[in-house]
Design a binder for this molecule. Structure first.
Ligand code: GLU
Length: 295
């Protein structure tokens, strides 16, 4: 008998670095409804690779919120902090391909360099989130210079050499978008990873980066449909690049609308009043919240 066709796989992937807000609930519910439409499976992934910001009590609280909401996810739950070896292997693949370099500038040093250029009237390129691109003085060091710098034991991050990575891939990258980007982009989207410059792959205080762990996990968990907020639309360009470099499959993408506050800003975890727990404790039901969010 032929194997039964595998079911589509969706995931909701919050970071436990604060209480969930209504925007997270919206994301979980859109995942749920799109999965239900096509008989998909629903996973929860805890993205806790940043030890300075993630805390177990936030994870406990977010699970309580999701249970209350009636968001039924499969067990076991994948927790990224338990899979650092998988991200390490992916990192080694990129390193062996000569696509990464140790980067020694601190945040303050980057800021100072950018300020110096900008105060002289020139502009400094910024990524789609508005952060300055890494100046990358180390990018062109030869192996002896690199070894000497590493031997000093100075703290450093590891960055992707974006120009080299894009050249190594050598083909235009694209993804299939069934939602919408911030500018209304939908359908076949051409990826522009170079807009991000030399992204971080690991830092002294966080063993793997969001970009690296998310593509590794989506592949390892067989995620076929990535449904997430529009704020991550442009990050998909980096994800497509890493997928090709690491030989990983490409999910379909759906970036959904964001909930905005009264000032038109995207909700953030520090806003207790738009929190899921606050809604729950105010005595309003999960059914009311579902109606409020999905209409
Ligand atoms: N962990 C990310 C967040 O909480 C979401 C990652 C993703 O869905 O790709 O914003």
């Amino acid at each position: 008998m032929p194997d039964a066709p595998s079911r589509p796989v969706f995931r909701f992937a919050p970071s436990p670095n604060g209480p969930l807000h209504l925007g997270h609930a919206l994301s979980a519910l859109i995942n749920e409804s799109r999965a239900a439409e096509i008989g998909g499976r629903l996973l929860l992934r805890i993205e806790d690779i940043d030890p300075a910001r993630c805390r177990p009590e936030f994870e406990t609280a977010l699970k309580a919120d999701l249970d209350w909401l009636g968001f039924a996810y499969e067990r076991p739950v994948r927790r990224q902090s338990e899979h650092l070896d998988a991200y390490d292997r992916a990192f080694s693949t990129l390193q062996s391909a000569g696509l990464v370099y140790p980067a020694f500038l601190s945040r303050g040093e980057i800021k100072a360099r950018v300020a110096q250029v900008e105060s002289a009237g020139a502009s400094w390129p910024r990524d789609p989130d508005g952060a300055p691109l890494y100046p990358g003085p180390e990018r062109d060091w030869n192996s002896a210079q690199r070894a000497a710098a590493l031997a000093t034991g100075r703290q450093h991050a590891w960055r992707l050499d974006m120009a080299k990575a894009v050249t190594a891939v050598g083909i235009a990258l694209a993804w299939s978008e069934s939602g919408e980007g911030p500018g209304g982009q939908t359908g076949e989207i051409v990826a522009a990873p170079e807009a991000w410059g030399d992204v971080i792959l690991s830092r002294p205080d966080a063993p793997s980066s969001y970009h690296l762990s998310v593509v590794v996990d989506d592949a390892l968990q067989g995620v076929s449909h990535v449904v997430r907020g529009r704020d991550l639309f442009h990050a998909t360009s980096v994800h497509r690049l890493l997928q090709v470099l690491l030989g990983l499959p490409v999910p379909l993408y759906h970036h959904h609308r964001l909930l905005l506050d009264a000032h038109g800003r995207k909700l953030s975890k520090s806003q207790g009043d738009t929190g899921l727990t606050a809604w729950r404790l105010s005595g309003r039901s999960a059914a009311e919240l579902r109606r409020f969010l999905l209409g």
